[in-house]
Write a protein that binds this ligand. Structure first.
Ligand SMILES: *[C@@H]1O[C@H](CO)[C@@H](O)[C@H](O)[C@H]1NC(C)=O
Ligand SMILES: *[C@@H]1O[C@H](CO)[C@@H](O)[C@H](O)[C@H]1NC(C)=O
Ligand SMILES: *[C@@H]1O[C@H](CO)[C@@H](O)[C@H](O)[C@H]1NC(C)=O
Ligand SMILES: *[C@@H]1O[C@H](CO)[C@@H](O)[C@H](O)[C@H]1NC(C)=O
Length: 288
């Protein structure tokens, strides 16, 4: 296991991550604050990932009062608890100040992925997700950054026709089997119930639709801590197998509201024609 991620919805936050089973570290963020002494409230970290000395921590804009969505803390920081977050790549690039905000500024990020080529991948949802009132601030965009230079190397706006009104993409899983330029990314749309496949070399994406990307109605009643509710999330994130003898991996996935695991070969997903045009592939997505 390379990195363990936690989706956290409580006031006491423990981020645990392990790198190559050798290192382990625990950060406890009881209070989320930032290196800049500004007013912040309702800040709930939702994603964490590690690259070298940086522990990235994301705070999606699901409430008002979030100063910066993409941040990090240093792993060698002597302070381990309530470490103030440092906006990444900068404070200026995370600020939201209404219509005057530069369009490339980051608005809302759930999770980040780190690939073997020192690149950081994430989707900026562009959504202000206040309870019961979701506002689209900017288009949903896949952003890829060079971690060595802290600069954006690719910004890809997901075409509108590949998204639904309800779409939210929280995670990116990167698939590199040969060299850095030949990279694919799988972006599950957990609220629009589909999967976007992005081809880095062609700078192009397509949407894959299948019933298995939907929540299972019989599994969407949840009770947590005595509170019962209906939960309608589809696939939140996907995981990949090792490269198989045919040069492709299997992608494993399940709806968050669901009890079945499915798998499909990336040979199919990476082939735009097979994944979008023909119906044959439907039998190639299997219960795992
Ligand atoms: C929804 O949120 C937006 C942005 O904060 C705000 O302008 C709007 O008034 C809100 N609408 C409702 C119905 O609360
Ligand atoms: C990739 O596509 C996006 C469309 O969203 C475009 O803005 C961008 O310039 C393209 N980048 C490259 C390197 O072709
Ligand atoms: C889900 O919960 C509702 C309300 O409690 C109940 O009416 C319904 O039968 C439940 N469905 C399943 C599949 O458990
Ligand atoms: C996609 O699959 C079709 C049918 O198997 C095949 O003819 C085509 O060459 C594939 N395209 C790519 C880019 O691999």
């Amino acid at each position: 296991m390379r990195v363990a991620l936690f989706c956290i919805l409580s006031a006491t936050i423990v981020l645990v991550s392990s790198v190559g089973l050798r290192e382990e570290f625990i950060y406890r963020l009881r209070i989320v604050n930032y290196i800049f002494s500004i007013h912040s409230e309702n800040n709930i970290p939702m994603g964490a990932n590690v690259w070298r000395n940086k522990l990235f921590i994301t705070v999606p804009r699901r409430r008002l009062g979030i100063p910066s969505t993409l941040n990090y803390v240093r792993l060698d920081s002597p302070q381990k608890h309530n470490v103030p977050l440092t906006p990444y790549p900068s404070w200026a690039k995370n600020v939201y100040s209404g219509y005057e905000t530069p369009t490339e500024n980051l608005f809302s990020v759930y999770r980040v992925a780190v690939d073997p080529c020192d690149r950081l991948w994430f989707v900026d949802t562009g959504l202000l997700e206040l309870p019961g009132n979701r506002t689209k601030i900017k288009p949903m965009t896949l952003v890829i950054m060079d971690l060595n230079t802290d600069t954006v190397i690719r910004r890809y706006t997901i075409p509108k026709y590949q998204l639904k009104d309800t779409s939210v993409i929280a995670t990116v899983t990167v698939d590199i089997t040969e060299f850095c330029d030949k990279a694919f990314a799988y972006l599950p749309d957990f609220a629009g119930f589909g999967l976007i496949v992005y081809d880095f070399r062609r700078n192009r994406s397509w949407r894959v639709s299948h019933n298995y990307f939907h929540p299972e109605p019989g599994a969407s009643n949840l009770t947590i801590g005595g509170l019962s509710f209906q939960f309608n999330d589809g696939v939140f994130s996907v995981e990949l197998s090792q490269v198989k003898s045919n040069g492709f991996r299997d992608m494993y996935f399940h709806a968050l509201a669901g009890t079945h695991m499915y798998k499909v070969s990336t040979e199919l997903l990476r082939n735009e024609t097979l994944a979008t045009v023909t119906n044959i592939y439907k039998n190639d997505i299997k219960v795992s």
